[in-house]
Structures are given as C-alpha cells and as structure tokens.
Write a protein that binds this ligand. Sequence first.
Ligand SMILES: [Zn+2]
Length: 238
Amino acid sequence: MKANLQDQKRLLELVDLDLSLVRNAGDRAKLLSATATSEASEKALAVSDRLIDARNRVGDLELELKRSENDLELVENRIAKDNQRLSSTSSAKDAQGIEHELTTLAKRKSELEDAELGIMEVLETVRAELSEAEAAKSAAEQELAELRAALETNTSELDSARAELLSKRSALVGLIEPELAAAYQRKAERNVAVGKLVGHECGACRLSITATNLEEILTLPADEIAECPNCQAYLVRS
Ligand SMILES: [Zn+2]
C-alpha cells in the first residue's frame, strides 16, 4: 500500500487516538459499574430500616408511658378521695375498710411508679438509638449524594474527553489519503491497525519480526507502507 511519509505519521497518531478511545470507553464502563454507589445505597436503606424501627419503638414506649401515667393518676385520685372519706367518716367499720383499700392502693401506686421508671429508662436508651439512627441516615444520604455527584462529574469528564478525541480523529482522518484511511479502518475493525517498527519488533503486536522479513520490510520504498507479518498491522519505519 502506498502511503506518503506524512500519512504514515498520521496513521501512528490515528492509532494512538483509537487506543485512547478504547481506554475511554473502558473507563466509562468501569465507572458505571462501580460498586461504591450501590454499596452506599444499600447502606442508606439499611440505616432507614433501623431508623423506622427505632421510631416505632419510641412511639410504642411513649404510648406505654402515657398509659402508665394515666393509671397512676387514677390511683392517686382514688387515694385522695379515700383520704377525704376517711377524714369525714364516723364509722369505725367504714374507716377500717377505707384504710385497707388505701394500703392496697399504696402498693399499686408504688408498682406503677416502678413500672413508669422502667419505661422511662428504656425510652431513654431507645431515644438515643433513634438520634443515632437519624445521624447515621443523614451521613449515609450525604455519602450517596457525594458519590452520585462524583460519578456524574467523572462521566461527563470522560464524555467530553471522548468528544475531543473523536473530533481530533475525524480531522486527522480527513487529512489522510482516502484509500489509505479506508484500509486503516478495515484493519482497525479487527486489530490494532498500525505499529511502529522498533528494532525488529512490531509496535502493534510486540512480536519479533524474523531477519528475512525485516530485510524485506527495510528494502521497501519509503512511500510504501509495510505490514507486520505477524499481526498484519501497518508498520511505520522510523
Ligand atoms: Zn505486529
């Protein structure tokens, strides 16, 4: 294949651009499949579950506390009423009955107070868990938002790099003899299309070229582009 020296140089640039495009596509795929964001969203979900659970438990305990407070209030009212009855009764029998009830009520009151204290203790623990879960949730959400923003920035960086590579490429292809450019394209669809001959090594496949083949290549006219006998890439002699 005829190729002037300038076009041969351009082919080397073109193959570099194409390799950069392949790397760019690979980086983009890697970025999108990055597990960091999916791990972060799983974490955020798990934290949400914890938060809902803590919220429910706090709600249940507050209800239980309210009930216990109501019960206590009833007992206290009853005690007040009994004391009033006790001070106004003149019947010794009634007074004995009321005193008996007051003893029972005092016992009940102390049980209810203990229960209330118990509930308040548990409530304190669960409220602490709740605020911890709230903090963990906002941290997880922030992490996720940061990761998503980074992903967006990185993909748009890769996209603009790709657009730049493509525009350089089409400008470069426009300068190359059409027949040569078409031949390059056919090779590029199968393999790395161009390599530089360095010593007796092909820059495209990195394999050594035999002495006989090398001699043939080196005796070709300068405007004739050689091909690697191993990978069929165009070989640019430096
Ligand atoms: Zn080769």
